[in-house]
Design a protein around this ligand. Structure first.
Ligand code: 4NP
Length: 171
């Protein structure tokens, strides 16, 4: 699959798509590009709380300090077609994962039979430093919570890249 010119597609998902998943999108894409893998990353929220809004100013600030530019991103809600278009959907926490699973089961009835191709996993699935842990929601938190999001996104991104390099692009 890695030899194909069609990129493997990954969707990062949190609740609002303004804090954790846009950070995950940019951090993961930057690490993927550095590793030279043919993978494209996007992000979405399970809610529609902030349609078309840029990432939270605090997420942008703390990400920029670590060399990540989130300014071009705009929030959107996950939709049924994402299960057809993405190979892998990464949930930022267990509640997001449960809600994505539910939506996937509901969408399966409306989508063409056999068209769902997405695998679901936690962002931290292979991360030995944060094993199966949630990336905690920083929205009502402070600087240390936003900094933690970046640290966990970096750690989990590196773990996914090691996994893909070892096992090819399969969840
Ligand atoms: P995110 O954070 O899920 O990491 O984007 C949140 C953003 C907004 C809200 C909650 C969490 N909200 O309640 O509006």
């Amino acid at each position: 699959m890695s030899q194909s010119s069609v990129p493997y597609k990954v969707l990062c998902v949190c609740l609002g798509n303004i804090c954790r998943s846009p950070t995950a999108e940019v951090v993961l894409q930057q690490h993927i590009d550095k590793a030279g893998l043919n993978i494209m990353v996007d992000s979405a929220g399970t809610s529609n709380y902030h349609p078309n809004q840029p990432p939270d100013a605090r997420s942008q600030k703390y990400a920029r300090e670590q060399g990540y530019d989130l300014s071009h991103l705009r929030a959107r809600q996950i939709q049924a077609q994402d299960f057809e278009q993405f190979d892998l959907i990464l949930a930022m926490d267990h509640e997001n994962l449960g809600n994505i699973e539910l939506l996937m089961r509901q969408s399966d009835k409306t989508l063409k039979q056999g068209s769902v191709r997405a695998h679901l996993a936690l962002m931290s699935q292979h991360d030995l430093d944060f094993p199966q842990q949630a990336i905690p929601d920083p929205y009502y938190g402070d600087a240390k919570d936003f900094e933690r999001v970046i640290r966990q996104c970096e750690s989990s991104s590196q773990a996914w890249i090691r996994y893909w390099q070892k096992y090819d692009f399969k969840a």
